[in-house]
Design a binder for this molecule. Sequence first.
Ligand code: DQA
Length: 145
Amino acid sequence: MKLLVLNGPNLNLLGMREPGVYGSDSYDEICRRIAGHAAARDIAVDFAQSNSEGGVIDRLHACIGAYDGVILNAGAYTHYSYAIRDAIAAIRLPVIEVHLSNIHAREEFRHTSVIAPACRGQIAGFGPVSYLLAVDAFAEMAAEG
Ligand code: DQA
């Protein structure tokens, strides 16, 4: 199984960005942790990050025929990008929405995910572990067949 872990805007600044909310692990450290977790489950993972809506959409399109699924943290686009939601629906691949923080326990505007209806499921609130749980969800779904 091959997955893309796709991160949206501002997630490249993890570690220095609002550490009280997002923790002190850097983007690279989190990617290494995900890679190790996936390798232990015989899952190949690639990583991509874009600060633009079009960049996220282009990466999603490029997943067709290249990946079995996507772990997506769309950042703030989660809350208002119908274009990303449509891209998720268009690629017809399972996409798991993840968030480091519990978006439902934060400001009102973060309670809505417009991408959630197009995603296989949502994992939020576990810090970097949110990504590891998404890897596990893909592993379990594959085991179930
Ligand atoms: C986030 C939550 C979003 O509301 C925010 O805009 C982010 C990060 C998270 O991982 O908790 O950029 O997706």
